[in-house]
Design a binder for this molecule. Sequence first.
Ligand SMILES: O=C([O-])CC(=O)C(=O)O
Ligand SMILES: [Mg+2]
Length: 388
Amino acid sequence: MKIVSAHVGTIPISSSIRNAFIDFTKMDCTILALVSDVFVDGEPLVGYGFNSNGRYNATGILKDRILPRIMDAPSEDLLDEDGQLSPEKAWDLMMSNEKPGGHGERSVAVGVADMALHDLAAKIAGVPLYRWISDHYGDGNPDKDVFVYAAGGYYAPGKSLEDLQNEMRGFLAKGYNVVKMKIGGADLAEDLRRIEAVIEVLDGDGSRLMVDVNGKFDLETALAYGKAIDQYGLFWYEEVGDPLDYALNATLSEHYRNPIATGENLFSLQDARNLVRYGGMRPDRDFIQVDPALSYGLTEYRRIQDMLAQHGWSSRRCIPHGGHQFSLHIAAALKLGGNESYPGEFQPTGGFTDDAVIVDSRVAPGDLPGIGLEGKAEFYKVLRALHN
Ligand SMILES: O=C([O-])CC(=O)C(=O)O
Ligand SMILES: [Mg+2]
């Protein structure tokens, strides 16, 4: 089997929303199609990849450095001993001549390619990706569905408390039981009013609400907010300080007894290990949100899972950032604790297949071969146009 061509593009996933740190008016992402010489029903099998929101496109790095390393290599260098496409061997090629450290946007470019390679490998095997991952790397017995929570609650121009409540009611009507909102983009008094408005919609149950600071707070603000929100018993308090400020996180964890979540801006095994070593994260209650699509793909994510297991962490304490169909398969196959979801944001890439139904805050990845992006009609149109 051979990859005969690679097609890269950049598309907008922009909107007028804002978190405590950035707005999304210019947000975009890289999309990738890897066309193979394997034909089914007269059509070549094609692996698709994209990067999730939060980081901009990495199209330049992908085109200039990462893809040539696999496209210029002899095709057998990408195959395992059974002659099957090996995303792991491709990963080693993609990362040749790259120094360690400074993971920046490189991890995004490799993540996009790794996703497309996994999509293609599962399509060649004729199985959905969760099945392929579970058989290759898991216990062969994937979860049949995955916990998902609805992320939203952004700041937006003119958005009132009532608008925020209606947004959350909409999530509940779609089948979600747990929701997430942004904080840290207003002052404490205003954010407490916003939190209380959402808890009201949740029948007074703060354990169904996550709040996300997007890395904005210094230690003093982190502790002040922590003290103020402790009473609500929230599901989690997310990315409170700078993602690389492990000491801040460790100090917060000494003072804030309810769960903390972080990791969406840690893009490598080494960074995730430092979080576990130095960040004061508690394996009995906290959550790790590393997003495989931003952090060198599933190949690196499996190394992170191995590291976490060595440090006494259950895979159930991992709930990836990103709200995409790739992590949904990974969550089912590797028995993670769940996956994010953004109903209504980051289209056309975000979210699950068009026929996915959320029941009791759980969803199944579906049984289309590979990741199943063919089941997201709007996105599939864009992906097909890349290589046709
Ligand atoms: O607003 C964002 O950048 C997305 C985010 O943090 C999340 O999904 O947790
Ligand atoms: Mg976040």
